[in-house]
Design a protein around this ligand. Structure first.
Ligand code: NAI
Ligand code: MG
Length: 378
């Protein structure tokens, strides 16, 4: 029996191409001998034909799996999504939801881990000495979706009665007010901070920078900073830095090489990780892991890039590095390292370059170059 059960979810568009490339690379390092891959359904096709972009059978598959490798999905705003349902599914009250957000919530994948490392020779690097790791909280904060428009009278009344700064909204027309909440819990804050500090300790990063805005968002960002100051006491060799999200955008452009591990709440982490990813080559290189206590889903951060569907053109390195992260999470660190060395060597040689890197190498061509390099390095 295989040691690992991997749920492979290619999804839509270029997700199919980049997942195939990553599986070829996993084969090349010999991982496939230890693993059983089961392909699962997710994405737009299943929304249109079944009214559910994350069918129950896929959730069942994930529950039986060790972890998952996911490509990308297409998603569209609510009204547009409803129009594309097949005719028999119209007027049934089906509402589109993001399957990846649902997965994060369903499996409590509270860490969104995004390593951003510059590989020498990548023509897209902002600098060559960048090695950042972003920890984005994945289950709380502004993206949970506790929002109102129009605002229910009872909600407005409660806020006005309970907060002096809300008095000025007391007479507002409820239809002209929208509220989005940003809820943090102490447990939620502690576990993302702890994950970031453990990582810094394990991989010898000297600093963990909390990226929030506690001088203005006093209670939520404030809770994050207060908890960070307490927790860091347990980590002798890791220094805590505190930087506001706006200043961080500036510092990341000015001195990205000075930073190691960054940790932030959901929205700030989303923003700062896109900025960090662009510093090391952008979407073709940006890999990520959605990680919980017992389960994890690894994916490139890009979407389905509809304009490149079926062209075998996009850069598979983001998905290949996501597969590498998966191996690290499984404890297959030697195999992970082989993949990383081969990726680094292929980039350094500069012979295989996809279009985003200024070259003409195809998706499958890049995977082939990396597989060949793995064989050479063995
Ligand atoms: P996208 O990430 O799919 O692509 C934007 C552009 O980035 C592409 O047109 C291409 O120029 C470039 N790009 C993306 N991946 C690349 C790669 N591997 N190599 C080279 N260049 C690459 O974002 P977009 O166009 O905003 O969204 C397309 C669809 O994907 C939408 O339906 C969106 O909702 C969905 N999406 C899904 C995500 C996911 O599955 N986690 C994440 C982001 C978007
Ligand atoms: Mg994003």
């Amino acid at each position: 029996m295989s040691k690992y059960k991997i749920a492979v979810l290619p999804g839509d568009g270029i997700g199919k191409d980049t997942i195939e490339a990553a599986i070829n690379v996993l084969d090349a390092v010999g991982f496939s001998e230890k693993a059983e891959y089961t392909y699962g359904d997710i994405g737009w096709e299943f929304w249109c034909n079944e009214g559910n972009p994350l069918p129950d059978r896929t959730i069942d598959l994930l529950k039986e799996s060790t972890c998952s490798l996911f490509g990308a999905i297409t998603s569209k705003p609510k009204d547009e999504a409803a129009k594309e349902l097949k005719p028999e599914l119209h007027n049934k009250g089906l509402v589109y939801f993001s399957p990846i957000v649902k997965l994060r919530q369903l499996f409590d994948l509270y860490v969104n881990l995004r390593p951003c490392k510059a590989y020498l020779g990548n023509p897209l690097n902002f600098r060559d000495d960048i090695d950042l790791v972003v920890f984005r909280e994945n289950t709380e904060g502004l993206y949970v979706g506790i929002e109102w428009h129009p605002v229910p009278e009872a909600v407005m009344k409660t806020i006005v009665e309970n907060h002096p700064k809300a008095k000025r909204f007391a007479e507002a027309n409820l239809d002209d007010v929208a509220i989005s909440t940003r809820i943090f819990t102490r447990d939620g804050v502690q576990r993302i901070l702890k994950a970031s500090m453990d990582y810094a300790k394990k991989f010898a990063y000297p600093t963990v920078t909390v990226v929030e805005k506690p001088n203005v968002i006093r209670e939520t960002s404030g809770m994050m900073i207060r908890e960070a100051r307490k927790l860091i006491e347990n980590y002798e060799d890791v220094e805590l830095w505190e930087t506001n999200i706006d200043a961080m955008a500036m510092w990341l452009v000015k001195n990205p090489q000075n930073y190691g591990v960054l940790v932030a709440s959901n929205m700030f982490g989303d923003i700062v990780s896109d900025l960090a990813a662009q510093l090391i080559g952008g979407l073709g290189f940006a890999c990520s892991g959605n990680i919980g206590e017992k389960f994890a889903v690894f994916e490139p951060t890009h979407g389905s890039a509809p304009k490149y569907v079926g062209m075998n053109k996009v850069n598979p390195i983001a998905t290949i590095l996501a597969a590498k992260m998966m191996l690290d999470w499984l404890g297959e660190n030697d195999l992970a390292q082989k993949i990383e060395e081969a990726v680094a060597a292929v980039i350094a040689e500069g012979k295989a370059r996809t279009y985003d890197m200024g070259g003409v190498t195809t998706t499958s061509g890049m995977a082939e170059a990396i597989c060949k390099k793995i064989a050479e390095l063995n």
